[in-house]
Design a protein around this ligand. Structure first.
Ligand code: SAM
Length: 289
């Protein structure tokens, strides 16, 4: 059996190679599906982000399949080799350290290369921290934007947040314990301290906490409680109200930049403020800074 259930998609050709994208748990091992385990047992080779990290998980579930490292530094080279093996009939599974491969994890190049080579690619879904956090956050979930990790340096991080200030969909970020305090503080200063946010920490693990409040509240909570800076985080921020001052300012700056090509700054700022509803002073200040 090649990890196929009655409804499993398959490549349509007997003995043809195939790439399985297999999610692994994000903490709680009981979340791992029997189908994921069975697939990893049945394939010829497991491509893993970190073979040493995955060895413990595989051993715990009695999975003895051979592994090969596929990470961001060798993915380009290894993808060709793996595609060739699948062309020759190999069944290969891709896993990452935790959660769903390709979601802030390696695998995009391999999947692209496999699809371009006409090799079937099939997901074995499971845990994904962003989706788990969204499902429990109580923020609008009909439309959301996954931003992955914010830049490590404050100037680049603020610039990226600035570009998202007018976004009306729920924003989802991944963050590490090293930067959670700074990122929360930058979010509060760019989006405004009263924007609603949820901080999901250590999901599915012993010390899972899901904090809910304004960005200002969460910032204080995390700076004053060292326990709230430990572990892995998903930060969700409510989208801007369409009439929100930050959203208007972003639109105002765009209009200002266009008008400025033809008009003196004071006239461009006055008109941009009139057109978008942004504060003229805030527009000036933003342009000056
Ligand atoms: N591919 C993974 C997924 O599907 O969620 C994400 C990999 S990314 C390299 C790791 C980041 O995911 C962590 O820094 C953290 O932001 C988030 N994360 C992973 N596990 C988590 C958990 N149990 N609780 C909260 N966040 C988690």
């Amino acid at each position: 059996m090649r990890a196929q259930g009655t409804e499993s998609p398959d490549s349509g050709k007997p003995d043809s190679g195939k790439l399985w994208i297999v999610a692994t748990p994000i903490g709680n091992l009981a979340d791992w599906s029997p189908r994921a385990q069975e697939t990893l047992r049945d394939v010829d080779l497991i491509a893993a982000e970190d073979t040493r990290h995955s060895a413990a998980l595989l051993a715990q579930f009695g999975i003895g399949t051979r592994t090969l490292a596929l990470h961001e530094h060798n993915e380009r080279d290894k993808s060709d080799e793996l595609v060739q093996r699948m062309r020759e009939g190999a069944q290969i599974a891709l896993i990452s350290d935790a959660g769903t491969p390709l979601v802030s994890d390696p695998g995009f190049r391999l999947v692209r290369a496999a699809r371009e080579a006409g090799i079937a690619v099939s997901p074995i879904p499971g845990a994904c921290a962003a989706i788990a956090a969204l499902s429990a956050a109580g923020l609008p979930s009909d439309r959301f934007v996954f931003e992955g990790f914010l830049p490590a340096k404050s100037a680049a991080r603020r610039a990226q947040l600035q570009a998202l200030a007018a976004e009306t969909r729920t924003l989802i970020f991944y963050e590490s314990s090293h930067r959670i305090e700074e990122s929360l503080s930058d979010c509060a200063s760019v989006f405004g301290g009263d924007r609603h946010a949820v901080l999901a920490r250590e999901l599915t693990k012993l010390y899972e906490t899901i904090l809910d409040g304004t960005l200002a509240d969460l910032s204080v909570r995390v700076s004053t409680d060292a326990d709230q800076r430990r572990g892995e985080f998903v930060l969700l921020v409510a989208g801007a109200d369409a009439g929100d001052a930050a959203a208007k300012l972003v639109q105002g700056r765009r209009v200002f930049d266009i008008l400025r090509r033809e008009l003196p700054p004071s006239r461009a700022a006055k008109l941009a403020a009139e057109i978008t509803g942004a504060s003229r002073k805030a527009l000036y200040d933003a342009v000056e800074s």
